[in-house]
Write a protein that binds this ligand. Sequence first.
Ligand code: PLP
Length: 401
Amino acid sequence: MGRFDSISTDPPIDVFHLTELFENDGNPSKVNLGVGVFQDENGKTPTLPVVRSVEQSMAQDLTLDKNYLKSVGLDSFCQACLKLVLGEQSSSIIENRACSIQGLSGTGCLTIGLEFLYRNGYKIGYISSPTWSNHLSIMQAIGFDVKRYRYWNKEKLNLDIDGLLQDLQDAPENSVILLHACAHNPTGCDPTREQWQQISDVIKQRKLFPFFDFAYQGFSTGDLDQDAWPIRYFADHQKHELLVAQSFSKNFSLYNERVGHLTGVFSSRDIIPKFRSQLTTIIRRIYSNPPAHGAHIVATILCNPTLYSEWKNNVRTMFERIQSMRQLFYTKLKQLGTPGNWDHIITQHGMIAFTGLNPRQCQTLLQQHHIYLMSDGRINICAITQKNIDQISKSFYEVIT
Ligand code: PLP
């Protein structure tokens, strides 16, 4: 009898399970709309040209070694990321009230940021309903009492701003409010600037703590600064204290390098050394220090004006592909006369579209049409190509009519 004979198997992670089902499907016309990575017209997740060229010069650079980084990461990377998130003219940066830590991509930065809050007395966390599933898992594992705020209006297929504001109004003081800064996953539905102002007001009145998840900078509007607007409004205009978990998986296409950045903005510069020391302790315990390769790539690009503008063009190219596939899908559904209003396909933002299909329709797509998507109806818009669009839209038409 072994010690572990009686242990249980965890339920599969939905998105990984879907991929496994897809891989085991022998049908040559199968399509996977489930996985949330950018894909080009050939269904490939490309290495960005600017990243490729920086990696080539790094390979020749004999000054780069494999020595440990500090627990809080590479300084040049941190300084550049701070400007990318808060803007060159940020008063929080000028007044030295903003602090910056390198972390293990979006997931890692959310984890260390939430650990910091939990150990400093924040025990209640609010996530949007629906949200990216890892928000719930990470908060729960740390120990938060996790609650949900309303976000998606199922009937109108748009933001339930009244429900959202009411739920924040009812939240206990010092609750942590996890917000998607842009390109909300999975609904693709972002608050307008006016709505962000209302959200900021309630958070301030109710003494809540905003934590922004910033995984898609550039993917919502195609413009890095516009996508950062809510964070800058909260930090510099409204003087909130806040955290931001920034991921470079999507906008640098550095998925497996695990490059991320945690920003803390505080009321006074005196908090910064304490924050850094606590983050050092937290990181030391979990993974000791972050990897350097991806951080070097990002720092090199952000610190060089030519490379930076090349990267902005690369982001723009990805954004334009998302927009054109949204438009194409919308047009095809309309041409087929698919029942329902499909405007949300073109008004939502980012890579993920929330189609409004119900679980039964999703199941039929999978079983009868070999189209794989999550049961809540979310799809990765970039998995649509000129080659598979007719098959996808006809299949949607068939399961809906
Ligand atoms: N936050 C959201 C909303 C996401 O959709 C993702 C990835 O899909 C992440 C964070 C973090 O991803 P990563 O840990 O790969 O940076």
